[in-house]
Design a protein around this ligand. Structure first.
Ligand code: NAD
Length: 378
């Protein structure tokens, strides 16, 4: 039996943030990054909380949140005796807040009841609705996924106004992360009709809107649709998990420090080609599913070869239009550094929890080949 449950309440549409005014007598611990404070996004949120609440802001989060920041956050939130956590930011702030809540309730104060609200400011990770958090051990150069329903936010607030400040590079990196979530959830070994429906819708939304938000970040209609796509894709992969693309991205991100979405995008064409595995059986299920997605966005897929080629070519063209690097080398990674970490990355990717859901079981040699093919322009 499979149980499908979406436990996070989603507040969306005009004035979604105003719902915060319903809370009172709370000790609200806001987890965010310095830009969110500087940009006024935090004030826009705390202004909604009535004076009957006590508020403390922890704004030390950095991209790919390291364990040291989580530890500092746990100390601060316990000293403050928080009854509510509001995470505001991209995947890094939300994931860090998830880990702070988890370790507080697991180790520091097992009885603590803490309401958890996630407010994403990037349209990318879908972390506001997932039971997934990615924490980095910077010294060891390793990313650890923490996967448990105990970290699911109770409420996610989707307000695209908060994303408008995101510059073009962050907009497209995070948007392509959403596309990767759709593709991986759709071909995952755990995919089902429910996750497929979510992945298909989010995939279409990204294709219809990503160029618009890349060209004009103030296009609020396209921003809201990308924000919805990000959340819907999060719901899809919360059911189906991800795959090798994310397994490699987690491993390589910890070593090479390339933004998460950018890294996923560099790998996408190679991963699709590898998973489609046309040489073994052109009509295998994964190839057929990629062809479904190709058809959904109006591409020709009269047979698997044509479908896979049109899908990978379209992603390569999209990447070009979005001015994204097409290889590790064009991102600026030096050959020497790449060679130094290549094998470590491949080994860590095979151990990553997301790789387990990949439709084709990779060997270390397979991963090294994908990495090498992604090193130079493709
Ligand atoms: P991020 O949170 O790391 O933020 C990247 C940069 O964008 C930061 O400098 C931040 O200040 C800036 N930023 C965020 N919102 C902005 C805005 N509105 N305007 C201007 N600047 C803004 O980026 P991300 O891509 O959202 O998150 C990546 C992290 O999420 C990685 O650690 C990745 O491993 C993790 N992740 C988590 C999940 C999950 O389900 N939990 C899924 C995928 C990725």
């Amino acid at each position: 039996m499979e149980k499908i449950r979406f436990s996070t309440e989603i507040w969306t549409g005009d004035a979604a943030l105003q719902g915060l005014s319903n809370f009172s007598d709370q000790r609200v611990f806001v987890v965010t990054d310095p830009f969110m404070v500087k940009s006024g996004n935090i004030a826009a949120i705390t202004d909604q909380l009535s004076e009957k609440n006590e508020i403390q802001i922890f704004s030390d989060i950095v991209p790919d949140p390291p364990i040291t920041k989580i530890t500092l956050g746990i100390e601060a939130l316990n000293k403050f005796k928080a009854t509510m956590i509001v995470a505001v930011g991209g995947g890094s702030a939300i994931d860090a807040a998830k880990a702070m809540k988890f370790f507080t309730q697991r180790i520091v104060k097992p009885q603590a009841e803490i309401t958890f609200i996630a407010i994403p400011t990037t349209s990318g990770t879908g972390s506001e609705v997932t039971n997934f958090s990615v924490i980095t051990n910077s010294e060891a150069g390793v990313k650890y996924p923490l996967v448990t329903d105990a970290i699911l936010p109770q409420i996610a607030i989707l307000d695209a106004d908060l994303v408008k400040t995101a510059p073009q590079n962050i907009t497209v990196d995070t948007g392509m992360d959403v596309l990767t979530h759709c593709l991986e959830a759709y071909v995952s070994i755990n995919a089902n009709d429910f996750s497929d429906a979510l992945a298909e819708k989010a995939f279409q939304l990204v294709f219809e809107n990503i160029e618009r938000v890349s060209k004009d970040g103030s296009d609020i209609t396209a921003r809201q649709r990308m924000h919805n796509a990000s959340c819907i894709a999060g719901m899809a992969f919360n059911l189906a998990n991800l795959g090798l693309n994310h397994g490699i991205a987690h491993a390589a991100g910890a070593k090479l420090h390339i933004p998460h979405g950018r890294l996923n995008t560099i790998l996408l064409p190679q991963i699709i080609t590898y998973n489609a595995d046309l040489a073994r059986d052109p009509n295998n299920l994964t190839a057929q599913k990629y062809c479904n997605l190709a058809r959904l966005i109006g591409l020709s897929a009269s047979n698997p070869r044509i479908g896979i080629r049109s899908l990978t070519n379209t992603i390569i063209q999209l990447r070009r239009k979005l001015k994204m690097p097409d290889s590790f080398q064009s991102y600026g990674i030096k050959q020497e550094l790449f060679e130094k970490f290549k094998v470590d990355i491949a080994e860590a990717a095979l151990n990553d929890g997301t790789t387990a859901a990949n439709p084709r079981k990779p060997t270390k040699e397979d991963v090294i080949t994908i990495l090498e093919e992604s090193f130079t322009r493709n």
